[in-house]
Design a protein around this ligand. Structure first.
Ligand SMILES: [Zn+2]
Length: 211
């Protein structure tokens, strides 16, 4: 059987128009695909998840919202692009739980933040066989032939495969910190990050040799 080439980024954008996807979502998709460099299934799903979560909490991308992604795969790029919630500005954390799920909690000065968790609901995937096979990472998902169908099913399913729950989580507020100098490398780090007498770069997180 001849292979079926996957959609190009331009093809995906044309599919968005053909499927009548709302213009604000089309804008999210274009920006996310550009940032991510290609229209990976995970980034497409991430756009629907962020858009759905924002609607559920009645907020816009301009509001200050803390995001937690439960997977490193593709998903974190959607809130980064759409909401400008990044690891660098402390509005995004990524936890290596391995679930395709995201929580959004508007910023609060209180001890707990209330928000919403949106996740792929496996039961709802039954109507979308290729999407389900891909999600399960089953051998009957054949990338050489099914990538187009997968994108079509993701774009057709939209929010219909997602579920949500209301959540609250403990907020870690900014704390004052002191500086320390590592006696091994002579560089400065926040004191609370020292591993005993040395910095983590000289300790458990050492990852390079000088040459
Ligand atoms: Zn050091």
């Amino acid at each position: 059987m001849q292979q079926i080439p996957e959609y190009s980024n331009e093809d995906v954008c044309e599919r968005l128009v053909a499927l009548g996807i709302d213009p604000h979502l089309q804008d999210y998709f274009r920006r996310c695909i550009d940032f991510h460099t290609y229209a990976a299934p995970g980034i497409l799903i991430g756009v629907f998840m962020v858009d759905y979560a924002l609607d559920l909490i009645g907020k816009t991308p301009a509001d200050k919202i803390f995001v937690t992604c439960e997977s490193y795969k593709c998903l974190p790029d959607a809130p980064q692009v759409i909401m400008h919630a990044t690891v660098g500005n402390h509005q995004l954390q990524v936890l290596p739980i391995g679930k395709f799920a995201i929580t959004l909690t508007p910023f609060t000065a209180k001890e707990y933040a209330e928000g919403v968790r949106v996740y792929i609901d496996r039961k709802k995937l039954e109507k979308y066989p290729v999407y389900a096979a891909w999600f399960d990472n089953r051998p009957d998902f054949k990338p050489a032939y099914m990538k187009r169908q997968l994108v079509d099913e993701i774009l057709t399913a939209q929010r219909n495969v997602l579920s949500h729950e209301c959540i609250r989580m403990k907020v870690t507020h900014k704390k004052k910190w002191q500086s320390a100098t590592c006696p091994s490398c002579g560089e400065q780090i926040p004191k609370n990050l020292m591993e005993g007498d040395i910095c983590a770069g000289c300790g458990s997180l050492s990852y390079y040799e000088s040459c």
